[in-house]
Design a protein around this ligand. Structure first.
Ligand code: NYM
Ligand code: MG
Length: 214
């Protein structure tokens, strides 16, 4: 049977360049003849995704816990298909995942919505073999242009989100998640090269890692 694929997550703040880097990574893996699929969260195309999209664009109001659970459901609704793709040998690149899910909700400052609570619905989802966190400074983010018009795209939220990402990474690394910080303040090519090397290293380690974890 062919080797399973790797589950690689790309995380970061808004403006870190996640989507451009995911696209460069997809191309580079394909050019080396490796099967690859790209998915992103939120997936706004499903019924749940449409509710999330309306909420993010400010067209609906939802309780903080309710929208949090929709984001998590949006991952659960494709969990099986991720597992199947990985088993068939596809390397699956995921643009935002559980880490964004927990930190953005916890960053809202709702006293009844802690990071610990926010992480719970993520437990049992396919576990990434590698998480690459694209790190940029607040100054660099500002240089890259203003925020978009969606909920969460403001300075106060981004500052809190940044802190919580690092708090969460400390915890999940203890649970043996492989989280690597990439300096994304450099040129597109420099960042892409580091990402490609990290992902190739991960694919080479898959035998040692064993089956896809939860
Ligand atoms: N976001 C994303 C969450 O709040 N929870 C989640 O689980 C995920 C996946 O959605 N500001 C937030 C982070 C972003 C927003 O994502 C839209 P994107 O990648 O900008 O489309
Ligand atoms: Mg965005």
């Amino acid at each position: 049977m062919a080797q399973r694929g790797a589950l690689v997550v790309v995380e970061g703040l808004d403006r870190a360049g996640k989507s451009s880097q995911c696209e460069l990574l997809r191309k580079s893996l394909e050019e080396s003849g490796m099967p690859v699929k790209y998915i992103r969260f939120p997936d706004r195309t499903t019924a749940i995704g449409k509710m999330i999209d309306e909420y993010l664009r400010g067209q609906s109001q939802l309780d903080d816990h309710a929208i949090h659970l929709l984001f998590a459901s949006n991952r659960w609704e494709v969990a099986r298909s991720i597992e199947q793709d990985i088993a068939r040998g596809y390397n699956v690149i995921v643009d935002r995942y559980s880490y964004s899910g927990a930190v953005y909700s916890a960053a809202k400052g709702n006293p009844n919505l802690s990071l610990e609570w926010a992480w719970l619905p993520e437990i049992g989802l396919p576990r990434p073999d590698l998480c690459l966190f694209l790190q940029i400074s607040p100054d660099e983010a500002a240089k890259r242009g203003g925020f978009g018009g969606e909920r969460y795209e403001n300075q106060a939220m981004q500052t809190r989100v940044r802190e919580l990402f690092h708090a969460l990474f400390k915890v999940v690394r203890g649970g043996h998640d492989d989280v690597q910080i990439i300096d994304a303040g450099r040129s597109l090519d420099e960042v892409a090269n580091d990402i490609r090397d990290a992902v190739r290293g991960c694919i080479e380690r898959l035998d040692a890692i064993g089956p896809l974890r939860k």
